[in-house]
Design a binder for this molecule. Structure first.
Ligand SMILES: *[C@@H]1O[C@H](CO)[C@@H](O)[C@H](O)[C@H]1NC(C)=O
Ligand SMILES: *[C@@H]1O[C@H](CO)[C@@H](O)[C@H](O)[C@H]1NC(C)=O
Ligand SMILES: *[C@@H]1O[C@H](CO)[C@@H](O)[C@H](O)[C@H]1NC(C)=O
Ligand SMILES: *[C@@H]1O[C@H](CO)[C@@H](O)[C@H](O)[C@H]1NC(C)=O
Ligand SMILES: *[C@@H]1O[C@H](CO)[C@@H](O)[C@H](O)[C@H]1NC(C)=O
Ligand SMILES: *[C@@H]1O[C@H](CO)[C@@H](O)[C@H](O)[C@H]1NC(C)=O
Ligand SMILES: *[C@@H]1O[C@H](CO)[C@@H](O)[C@H](O)[C@H]1NC(C)=O
Ligand SMILES: *[C@@H]1O[C@H](CO)[C@@H](O)[C@H](O)[C@H]1NC(C)=O
Ligand SMILES: *[C@@H]1O[C@H](CO)[C@@H](O)[C@H](O)[C@H]1NC(C)=O
Ligand SMILES: *[C@@H]1O[C@H](CO)[C@@H](O)[C@H](O)[C@H]1NC(C)=O
Ligand SMILES: *[C@@H]1O[C@H](CO)[C@@H](O)[C@H](O)[C@H]1NC(C)=O
Ligand SMILES: *[C@@H]1O[C@H](CO)[C@@H](O)[C@H](O)[C@H]1NC(C)=O
Length: 680
């Protein structure tokens, strides 16, 4: 048995070797020490010692404090030793993600008002002090050490036990848990891809350390808090050994909308799929008899009677993504009834207009979600189409399922008829309000294919023309930039064949602002901010509460792999696949990942106005290559670099392909290929 364990470990270590590990932000060990001293207040000698390691001799004399910087957002349980101390002596520790909230009074916030209190210990010479389990801090870059008495206290061995991704062993962390990689010639974009991967890891937590919304329904935005609040995370939110939550610091709850972005990101970076299955199960067990799925997981999803039309559908999209990425047939068969009942419930909102009339406002905290809403109807259209292909796969020919194609066609026709605003080249939010052209609904209309090709291009252009200095606005949520909805906007630009817009938006929002602004963690992505660059998110009154590690903000990670490198699986873990790169101004892009079916990779370089694509897919699979180009005559040379024979095929783009400016090669067997597209 022991040998087997060692063997399994050796295999998993070997399997974990992917290129470009130098960009990976995951700690190599669970024992973390600060990277630098950020600030000293009062008299502290050898503050730097606690950075260096175990044999520190950092002495606090009288009331004093040191702020340490971990250099990136981290998570965990703090502990320290006291070499000597006057009597009485107290040491306090507090945490913040953004440098904005470093404070002599406590942490940043998890509640709707006020700040979170520091952890305090009365200390003695020779003592070891550690935060209790429920005071695991889910996200912080800065850690303050306070001393508030008149004597001297000397500390050593200040460490944080890293608690994120609890489902990996120390050895696995040391070897690297990545199964996917990305690289291009733009270093900022590389950093964005890896920060997205790391953000999702920070949001992968111990299921018994969930829920930071402990004041839910107790403290609220109308109460004025003057003293720092206690905080803890100890609610069990799922089964299994790890769970994906919205944010590392907050809410530490399972939210199905967020997973629609973070699951694809995890798929391309660490393939932590069992964890995702447990996370989704925690939502599915809460389905009620009407078919309704919860707005969020426990306890939020059961404590409050809120139902969200869109988040309900996101659970179904998430189920399908899990199945697409793993090919787990048992899973999709087991959950098919849940899917059908849930979709049936959604369809009960479709009225004579052909569209669903949304009667509950809960969504991603945008405002005015209701009526014949474009975002809701696009997501419904997308989900019905998922249902149609799942039904086909599962051989479900029941009468109910047979109605779906018509329902979908009616939604599409009605939305295009009633909601399109030709003056703006965008859809209106609904058919009663005329002034609002939302980011969410327009991005989703393209992603869902509710908008045809011409409209998709118009929408992509119109959305781009609205960008401000700090990113793409989401006017449906006030003066807000939403990294969540902008993740769908990135997809929309690629789908519309405007990849340069996606690359530029990635650099503007995720690079220049969310990584490189000094108020950020330089490692994880914030949940929302203001169009004027303030770290204020319209739905919240309390700015210190904003999460700086939110999985829903990791759109670029999957988008760059799926659309820039063009590496997509189209069924059951990649039994079928599509290679469809769009460089958008980048010169050379590489990506790869592993699935249950095998390894996939692509390397795309610009050659004049054409492309050179080298890709590899597992033997036994099949797929297609689809290359867009700007126009002109196109010549295609495809070389199958088989182990025994090397086949070369040359052809010119057909006149039809030249018209659509897309050349397609179907029916390719899995293997190693190079494709040269020459354009003249
Ligand atoms: C710590 O400082 C004290 C007093 O300055 C000194 O006696 C001791 O040798 C130092 N220890 C280390 C490990 O530097
Ligand atoms: C520094 O300490 C003083 C006195 O305790 C306090 O008033 C001040 O707010 C502290 N500043 C910081 C940044 O900790
Ligand atoms: C120091 O902080 C501890 C914990 O909050 C408190 O009990 C103690 O009274 C404080 N001491 C002083 C001198 O402020
Ligand atoms: C406290 O430390 C300061 C500076 O490190 C030193 O000058 C002073 O003598 C110490 N006081 C006591 C009571 O040890
Ligand atoms: C909270 O404080 C604000 C401004 O200080 C004040 O206008 C408001 O009345 C206070 N609300 C409560 C519930 O005390
Ligand atoms: C919110 O706080 C206000 C002021 O303290 C209080 O009147 C109200 O009942 C609270 N609401 C909830 C839902 O707790
Ligand atoms: C969570 O921690 C709080 C504060 O320590 C405690 O009151 C509560 O009982 C704990 N809950 C669970 C489920 O352990
Ligand atoms: C754990 O799984 C059991 C069996 O499916 C289920 O009844 C329970 O609700 C699950 N717990 C959570 C927190 O999801
Ligand atoms: C596939 O899904 C089933 C049903 O949810 C689950 O029991 C099983 O563990 C999954 N298989 C894997 C390899 O995760
Ligand atoms: C329709 O959209 C407008 C904004 O144009 C919004 O004010 C209104 O609340 C929406 N209607 C519903 C029913 O949500
Ligand atoms: C949507 O349904 C609500 C509740 O039944 C109704 O009041 C409203 O008029 C409907 N909206 C539209 C646009 O039909
Ligand atoms: C659906 O039917 C086909 C043809 O009878 C069969 O090969 C396939 O296994 C069935 N699929 C499932 C999921 O039962």
């Amino acid at each position: 048995m022991k040998t087997f364990g060692a063997l399994a470990l050796a295999i998993s270590v070997a399997a974990a070797q992917v290129p470009y590990m130098q960009y990976v932000l995951t700690p190599k060990s669970r024992t973390l020490r600060p990277a630098t001293v950020y600030n000293v207040n009062g008299t502290v000698s050898a503050a730097q010692d606690l950075v260096a390691g175990r044999n520190a001799n950092t002495t606090f004399s009288g009331p004093s404090a040191v702020t340490y910087d971990f250099g990136k957002n981290v998570a965990g349980l703090v502990s320290f030793n006291v070499s000597s101390a006057s009597n009485p002596a107290f040491i306090g520790i507090s945490f913040t993600e953004s440098s904005l909230w470093i404070s002599p009074d406590g942490c940043d916030a998890t509640a709707d008002a006020g700040i979170d209190e520091a952890l305090w210990w009365q200390v003695q010479s020779g003592g070891h002090y550690a935060a209790p389990r429920q005071n695991e801090r889910g996200g912080f870059r800065y850690l303050n050490v306070y001393h508030n008495t008149t004597g001297n206290v000397t500390l050593s061995d200040l460490t944080v036990y890293y608690t994120a991704v609890p489902n990996y062993s120390e050895q696995q962390l040391a070897a690297g848990i990545q199964t996917g990689y990305f690289h291009c010639e733009d270093e900022q974009i590389n950093r964005v891809w890896y920060a997205g991967a790391y953000t999702n890891e920070m949001c992968t937590i111990d299921p018994t350390a969930g829920n930071s919304l402990i004041y839910l329904g107790i403290v609220n935005s109308t109460s004025n808090i003057t003293t720092p609040l206690p905080w803890y995370n100890n609610y069990t939110i799922s089964n299994g050994t790890a769970v994906l939550v919205d944010g590392a610091k907050r809410d530490r709850l399972v939210w199905p909308g967020d997973i629609a972005i973070s699951q694809p990101g995890i798929f391309v970076s660490s393939y932590d799929m069992e964890m995702l299955r447990e996370s989704l199960d925690s939502l599915l067990v809460l389905q009620n008899s009407s078919g309704a799925l919860p707005y969020a997981g426990r306890p939020f999803g059961t404590a409050l009677p809120i139902w969200s039309f869109t988040y309900h559908l996101y659970s179904l999209i998430d189920i399908n993504d899990y199945y697409l990425y793993t090919g787990n047939e048992t899973y999709i068969k087991q959950n098919w009834n849940i899917f059908k009942q849930a979709l049936n419930f959604s369809l009960s909102f479709v009225d004579e207009s052909g569209m669903a009339n949304v009667t509950t406002s809960a969504d991603w905290l945008r405002f005015g979600m209701g009526g014949h809403n474009i975002e809701a109807n696009s997501i419904l259209y997308y989900t019905i189409n998922i249902g149609i292909s799942l039904a086909q796969h599962l051989n479900d020919t029941s009468e109910f399922v047979q109605t779906w194609p018509d329902v979908a066609a009616n939604i599409k026709a009605s939305a295009n008829d009633l909601l399109w605003d030709p003056g703006m080249n965008l859809y209106r939010d609904n058919d009663t309000g005329t002034s609002l052209h939302p980011q969410d609904g327009n991005a989703w209309a393209v992603v869902s294919n509710l908008a045809d090709t011409d409209r998709a291009v118009n929408i992509s252009q119109a959305l781009q023309s609205r960008w401000g200095k700090y990113g793409a606005p989401a006017p449906e949520a006030g003066a807000t930039v939403s990294p969540f909805i902008s993740g769908f906007e990135l997809q929309a630009h690629y789908i519309a064949g405007r990849p340069a817009a996606a690359v530029n938006l990635t650099k503007l929002m995720w690079g220049d602002f969310m990584l490189d602004d000094p108020r950020m963690t330089n490692s994880t992505f914030i949940e929302g901010y203001s169009t004027n660059g303030d770290l204020h998110y319209a739905p919240y009154n309390n700015d210190p509460r904003i999460s700086h590690a939110h999985g829903w903000a990791t759109g670029p990670t999957s988008t760059l792999t799926f659309y820039a490198a063009g590496l997509q699986v189209t069924s059951a873990a990649g039994q079928t696949w599509l290679i469809t790169p769009q460089l958008g101004g980048l010169k050379s892009v590489e990506a790869g990942y592993k699935t249950n079916v095998g390894s996939f990779s692509s390397h795309v370089t610009a050659v004049g106005s054409g492309l050179n694509v080298t890709f590899s897919t597992p033997v036994g699979t099949s797929g297609s290559v689809q290359l867009r180009y700007a126009g002109g005559l196109a010549n295609l040379t495809v070389t199958n670099i088989g182990s025994r024979k090397r086949e070369v095929m040359r052809r010119q783009a057909s006149s039809q392909e030249m018209q659509s400016r897309v050349v397609t090669l179907d029916g390719l067997a899995g293997g190693n290929y190079t494709v040269l597209l020459e354009v003249s």
